[in-house]
Design a protein around this ligand. Sequence first.
Ligand SMILES: Nc1ncnc2c1ncn2[C@@H]1O[C@H](COP(=O)(O)OP(=O)(O)OP(=O)(O)O)[C@@H](O)[C@H]1O
Ligand SMILES: [Mg+2]
Length: 252
Amino acid sequence: MLLDIRNLTVEVEGKTVLKNLSLSIGFGETILLMGPNGSGKSSLIYTLMGHPQYKIKSGSIFFKERNITNMSTEERVKLGLGAALQFPPKIYGITLRNLAKKLAKNDAEIDSIASLLNLTKFLDREINVGFSGGEMKRVEIFFLLLQKPSLALLDEPDSGVDVENMTVVGNAIGRLLSNSNNSAMKKPSGLIVTHLGYISRYVLTHRTYIMQNGTIICYGPTENLVNDVLKHGFDWCIKCYDNRVSCKMVGE
Ligand SMILES: Nc1ncnc2c1ncn2[C@@H]1O[C@H](COP(=O)(O)OP(=O)(O)OP(=O)(O)O)[C@@H](O)[C@H]1O
Ligand SMILES: [Mg+2]
């Protein structure tokens, strides 16, 4: 396993946001994570990245067979974790190009990835300052493509993105999670949070997980689960979980 989360319970500001959550991702696997608003999807990503506000009360996180539960964010990033956040911060005084130069092999790589993401004209602007929602999504993926993590955590990369840019974002994530630009590395893995599942048109996923109230309630083949959620809503998933029918239940 590349990532192994075991019975994780996490609090933020005194509120339990993850409850006894277990989830594993293998080498080269990409999974989708779906769940209602407030179910804890972004909290899981912050916790995996080591955000200091997210306090681990019990359980553990193993990444590349190392126990990273108490590691700093910097150490986790060095080990190969990377994230594209749902609400990325503005970084005043630092341009896209300034940060890209720290990550890229050379200027040509910066230019080619900026062009892939329609960001060429943004390179000399401060990061996310005055950017639209869809532009910020592309900026997050731009930095991940330069960082080349072995596990990319993508929080709603397909929300708020227009039709043309959905193709741009989809193809860029496809490239991020394929080994074509990473010949020296193993194929990267991905965890993609999505509400409508658009991204699954561009990226081959191994399975989809459904989250509710801070824990995983079911998982199964992406095509079935995305279609079922879009057709019946999450209430159907919860009923299925309660009745223990038709869904493949975690632990069974
Ligand atoms: N720093 C915080 N302070 C207080 N409450 C928080 C904090 N972070 C998360 N929460 C609460 O934890 C719950 C889970 O939030 P989270 O952002 O993880 O949900 P989500 O599944 O990503 O939702 P969405 O689909 O709307 O993005 C919410 O009720 C949220 O208000
Ligand atoms: Mg969220």
